[in-house]
Each structure stands twice: as structure tokens, then as C-alpha cells.
Design a protein around this ligand. Structure first.
Ligand SMILES: Nc1ncnc2c1ncn2[C@@H]1O[C@H](COP(=O)(O)OP(=O)(O)O)[C@@H](O)[C@H]1O
Ligand SMILES: [Mg+2]
Length: 351
């Protein structure tokens, strides 16, 4: 079990700065996702942690020991990539054993570890097959097994599921999560998919433009993003300008809403209000007993099976409401939206 720290890390490629500043603390046994749009610096960060790149500034520590200059072969890290890079002419078991063979591990030890790892990744029945005879998910499991058999102290995965179809990706996420929890191995998982990051990770490090934008547990990141950019990236649809006061009243163009004042730390100011579409209830009759009621009219409806998105025109803004599809409300109907004050998040303008 290894904890990993990045302290004031920067990476330049010539005159181009790929990472301008990252501080990160990954606890032993934790699964952290590095999340951000393509080109933001996720792979570069991972490669520095692995020892494939040396930081231009700052330090990388494993268990409090500075490994910034230690090359990859001396860091005991395991890497899994989007492209499986299996040896096509070798069977599953030969692919899995390869890393130990080149290290000169004794044969008996290799065979024991092979059995263990084939059990762990559930590939016993495919051990004599060749990569061409495997599905994408099975190949990815071989790639994971090949890495795990070397007993890395840190496991790193760079968009390992990007080549798989949606359903298989879901299965592989659960598989990776269970495996990681069972082994208790510190894991860093790179993805540009926010759903994948939230489903898998203990904590998510959002990277924008070479900087760490927020580092939090998935629910905190989703419910309490610290900027509009993060809210938007995490999939929020209702973000509107507002002014707010320290007594918990937010004024928007479409009305006043009460929110939990403790989130603005006794300040007043301007910023943006975030109304998560699934936190809003849609009423077909006016109810005087609930707080934060906004009148509106349904102007659009998208059916997703389990849920429905309604577009509701509230005068100066169109608000998206996500509801269970057990009940359907028609387009053009007058409705009232309501949201509990503790479901509202206010993003303060940075000063
Ligand atoms: N070896 C390199 N030389 C020059 N620029 C690089 C190199 N590696 C990455 N970059 C640049 O650094 C930025 C971050 O890249 P990368 O870490 O691969 O992003 P991500 O994995 O988030 O898509 C990109 O603009 C990329 O073009
Ligand atoms: Mg990348």
C-alpha cells in the first residue's frame, strides 16, 4: 500500500506548459480519477507519476519518499492503457506471465501467481486462447492481469475502457472497482468521462488546462462544484446568474429562491445559481405549502426510458427538470417547479 503525493508539480515541453500547477494527495488504497477534457494534461500527469516523464518543477512522493527522478522500472508501478498491446502470438497465460518471465522470477512462483491472478480476473477458462479469440472486455482483463501479476504498489490506467461499447464499459467499471477494493491497491484512473469518474473513484481530480480545478469526492464535485466550468463539465444544465445575500436569498431573473445561507460564508455578492435538474419537482397544481415555487409552462419533453427531461419556460429562463417517467406531463401544460433550499448550490464569483 502506497500513498502518492504531487507537490507543486509543473511540466513544460519546450516552451509549451502542459501542466502549470498540480498538488495532489492520493491516500494508500484509494482510487482517484483524473478527469478532464482531451488535452488538459491527464496523461502527462500520469506519466510523471509513473516515472515516464520528469517534472520540470515540484516533487512526486511515494510514501513520503521523493521519487521525482526515479525511473519507471524502479518505481514498481503498473500501467494499463486504452490499447491493450497484447502479444498476438502468445496465449492468454503467456501474455499474463510475460512480465515475471523477463524479470527472471522463479518458475514455481510465476505459476502460483498466474493461478491467483487468473482467478482474480476470471480468465481461467480462456487461458489457452489467443488475443484474436477474445472479446474487447476479455482482452482488457488480460491487460489488467498482466499488470497486476507483477504486484505493483500503484496501479495506473489511462482511459482503459475507451474502446469498449457502453454496456461492456459499465461491466468493466464494476469489475475494476471490485478488483481494486479487494486488492486494496492505490489506483489512478484517467478518463474524460465524468460518469465513469464518479462511478469508479473515491475522489476525482478535475484538471482543466494544466491545472487542478477541484479535488473532491464524486457527490461533492457534482453537488457543490466550485466553478461554472466544473458544474457544466459534470453535466449540470441549470446554471443562471444571480445575486445573493448572506441571509440565504438568491435573486434571479425568474424569481427569488431561498437557499442554505451557510454555503456562502456570511457574504453577499453575485455569482451563479445551480439547480440540479433531478432536484427539482414538477407540480401540476399550485401548492402553497412548499418553498421556492416557480410558475412555468412545459415547452419540451425528452424521453429517456427511466426518466424524462422537461424543458420548462419560467419567463426569462428555460429550466430543465429531470423526472421519473412513471408519470408523463404534456407539453404546453402549466406547471409549478419547486426545489428545496438545501438542494440549491450557489457558485460565488471569484474575487
Ligand atoms: N511529449 C510532448 N511534447 C509536446 N507536447 C506534449 C507532449 N505530450 C503532451 N503534450 C501536450 O500536452 C498537453 C496535454 O497532453 P495530455 O497530457 O496527453 O492530455 P490528455 O491526456 O488530458 O488528453 C496537450 O496539449 C499535448 O499536446
Ligand atoms: Mg490522454
Amino acid at each position: 500500500m502506497t500513498n502518492v503525493q504531487l507537490k507543486d508539480v509543473r511540466k513544460d515541453f519546450g516552451s509549451f506548459t502542459a501542466i502549470s500547477h498540480i498538488d495532489l494527495d492520493i491516500a494508500s488504497g484509494e482510487l482517484v480519477a483524473l478527469l478532464g477534457p482531451s488535452g488538459c494534461g491527464k496523461t502527462t500527469t500520469l506519466r510523471m507519476i509513473a516515472g515516464l516523464e520528469v517534472p520540470s518543477q515540484g516533487h512526486i512522493l511515494f510514501d513520503d519518499e521523493d521519487v521525482s527522478e526515479v525511473p519507471v522500472q524502479d518505481r514498481n508501478v503498473g500501467m494499463v492503457f486504452q490499447r491493450y498491446a497484447l502479444f498476438p502470438h502468445m496465449s492468454v497465460e503467456k501474455n499474463v506471465m510475460f512480465g515475471l518471465k523477463v524479470r527472471g522470477t522463479p518458475k514455481a512462483e510465476i505459476e502460483k501467481r498466474l493461478e491467483d491472478i487468473l482467478d482474480v480476473v476470471q480468465l481461467q477458462q480462456f487461458r489457452h486462447r489467443f488475443p484474436a479469440q477474445l472479446s474487447g472486455g476479455q482482452m482488457q482483463r488480460v491487460a489488467i492481469a498482466r499488470t497486476l501479476i507483477t504486484n505493483p504498489s500503484v496501479l495506473m490506467m489511462d482511459e482503459p475502457l475507451a474502446n469498449l461499447d457502453t454496456k461492456l464499459r459499465g461491466e468493466m467499471r464494476r469489475f475494476i472497482r471490485q478488483l481494486q477494493q479487494r486488492l486494496g491497491i492505490t489506483t489512478i484512473f484517467v478518463t474524460h468521462d465524468q460518469i465513469e469518474a464518479m462511478e469508479l473513484a473515491d475522489r476525482v481530480a478535475v484538471i482543466f488546462d494544466g491545472k487542478l480545478a477541484q479535488y473532491d469526492a464524486p457527490d461533492a464535485l457534482y453537488q457543490r462544484p466550485n466553478s461554472i466550468e466544473i458544474a457544466d463539465f459534470m453535466g449540470a444544465s441549470n446554471i443562471f446568474p444571480c445575486s445573493f445575500s448572506s441571509d440565504g436569498i438568491a435573486v434571479t431573473s425568474f424569481g427569488q429562491l431561498n437557499f442554505d445561507a451557510s454555503i456562502v460564508e456570511h457574504r453577499s455578492g453575485s455569482g451563479s445559481i445551480l439547480l440540479r435538474s433531478e432536484a427539482i419537482d414538477l407540480l401540476t397544481e399550485k401548492d402553497e405549502t412548499v418553498e421556492n415555487v416557480l410558475p412555468g409552462k412545459i415547452i419540451g419533453r425528452e424521453f429517456f426510458g427511466a426518466t424524462i427531461n422537461y424543458s420548462v419556460d419560467c419567463g426569462t429562463a428555460v429550466i430543465t427538470v429531470n423526472e421519473q417517467s412513471r408519470r408523463m406531463v404534456d407539453v404546453d401544460q402549466d406547471v409549478w417547479l419547486t426545489i428545496e433550499s438545501d438542494q440549491i448550490w450557489v457558485i460565488q464569483e471569484s474575487v
